[in-house]
Design a protein around this ligand. Structure first.
Ligand code: NAD
Length: 426
């Protein structure tokens, strides 16, 4: 039986330093600088961190890098990316450099609508109920729009209604979709409020009982699109092009490969979503659900050969990001990222993110189809390994270089190399 308990009543009411003390006492930790580390919240003021989430005890700094060379819809961008993974920022810079001269990326967006779902169960006559709900579209519009006059004033609000009948172990469910234009907001809170408001009305019109009232992260009314042509001479010739197309065909047909293919796309996407204070999980859930929309999990991107023999890449995926709500407006770094990119609308941000995702995918596929990812990865990774081995200052790059020369980027080899280096210098 444990002598310590995680039942800490009123933990949320404590100040951040008081919580840190409790946590350290619970874990039996000495204050060897750890307390100060918790309380160093970097560029996110501690009060703000405490307001953004519950039970805050600190922050987690992630590097923000800037992707260069991005020409998107005729405009040059420097794109901030928050990621802990080496190679991610470099991959975008490289891909964008190889298509800069030929015009860069062209992007578009299907709209800014989100879907809220209301689940009705135990409806005796689901087909009949479905039509009864559809007939109420104007009542539903008024009820939804009345929830958010600010949104309506900004040109958003209720747009359309869908009612689906979905089978379940307990019989058919009547699922109502509220389609709402949330403009520059990601829109989760906005549409959830509408769904909750509507619940009792739906029960009245259709019978049955409402359970869930929540947005869908499969934001397929909010698709961001990016396309780009990489000229053959810029990418290294037909072998590279064909290798990329073959790699794509693999991802198209095989979910084991598609998961990794799409993870590469998300390396770029999530980093910009994070740097702008948006909800990474919402975008990721939407991406993977969209990738499986045909009934099997597949590639989010497409790769083809143009009539001129060049390589054409395209990406279309849900992109529920906003400039308002959540941390987007509050986090100082999120605001700084938006200013660096001179972002004026959620659509513009979503389009930039799609271009970054496509660029990331290009670099990963090119590396895989040619030299493999390890060469590029390892030179950056070797620096992390050198750091882990205890290298400091100039030692880091000396040890990292040696690891790459040896072709063995391992901690034990880094430790040996560091020992030998220090012995030579003594
Ligand atoms: P929000 O409610 O904070 O802000 C949106 C509201 O801001 C709108 O309803 C509108 O009234 C107002 N507004 C002001 N200017 C606007 C403009 N230019 N365009 C649009 N609206 C404007 O935020 P939200 O976007 O509704 O919700 C986003 C948050 O919800 C995120 O933090 C997300 O993490 C969280 N969330 C996500 C999920 C999910 O993804 N499943 C579920 C619940 C909550």
């Amino acid at each position: 039986m444990s002598t310590k308990t995680s039942r800490i009543s009123g933990f949320h009411k404590l100040s951040v330093p008081e919580r840190v003390d409790k946590v350290m006492a619970f874990a039996g930790l000495e204050d060897d600088g750890l307390r100060a580390q918790f309380l160093d919240t970097g560029n996110l003021p501690v009060d703000l961190a405490d307001r953004l989430i519950e039970n805050a005890v600190g922050t987690m700094n992630i590097p923000v890098g800037v992707a260069t060379n991005l020409l998107i819809d005729g405009k040059d961008y420097l794109v901030p990316m928050a990621t802990e993974e080496s190679s991610v920022v470099a991959a975008v810079c490289n891909a964008a450099r190889q298509c800069y001269e030929s015009g860069g990326f062209t992007t578009s967006m299907s709209g800014t609508c989100m879907i809220a779902q209301v689940q009705l169960v135990d409806v005796p006559d689901p087909a009949h109920a479905r039509l009864a709900i559809l007939e109420r579209i104007e009542d539903i519009r008024s009820l939804c729009d009345a929830c958010d006059p600010v949104l309506v004033k900004l040109g958003g609000g209720f747009r359309d209604l869908e009612v689906r009948i979905v089978d379940s172990a307990h019989g058919p469910m009547v699922i109502t979709h509220l389609i709402v234009d949330t403009r520059d907001a990601m829109g989760a809170n906005a549409v959830n409020t509408m769904a909750e408001k509507l619940a009792s009305h739906l029960e009245g019109w259709a019978g049955g009982r409402v359970y869930l009232r929540i947005l869908s992260n499969l934001a397929d009314r909010r698709l961001a699109r990016a396309r780009c042509v990489w000229k053959l001479d810029a990418i290294g010739g037909p072998e590279v092009r064909d290798g990329i197309v073959r790699a794509y065909e693999f991802a198209l047909m095989d979910p084991y490969r598609a998961a990794t293919h799409n993870k590469g796309i998300m390396n770029g996407v999530t980093a910009v979503v994070m740097a702008t204070g948006n909800d990474t999980r919402a975008v990721e859930a939407g991406a993977h659900a969209y990738a499986a929309r045909k009934g099997w999990y597949s590639s989010l991107s497409q790769w083809e050969v143009t009539a001129a023999g060049d390589l054409a890449g395209s990406l279309e995926m849900p992109m529920a990001v906003g400039l308002i709500g959540g941390a987007t407006k509050l986090h100082p770094m999120a605001r700084a990222s938006l200013r660096v990119m001179d972002i004026q609308s959620a659509q513009q941000l979503a389009r930039v993110i799609a271009a970054v995702g496509l660029a990331q995918n290009f670099s990963a596929l090119k590396a895989l189809a040619t030299e493999g990812v390890q060469k590029g990865h390892m030179s950056l990774h070797s620096q992390n390994i050198a750091l882990m081995a205890g290298a400091v200052g100039d030692e880091i790059s000396i040890v990292a270089r040696r690891l790459v020369e040896l072709g063995t980027v391992r901690i034990d080899v880094a430790e040996d190399t560091l020992r030998a280096l220090r012995a030579r210098e003594d």
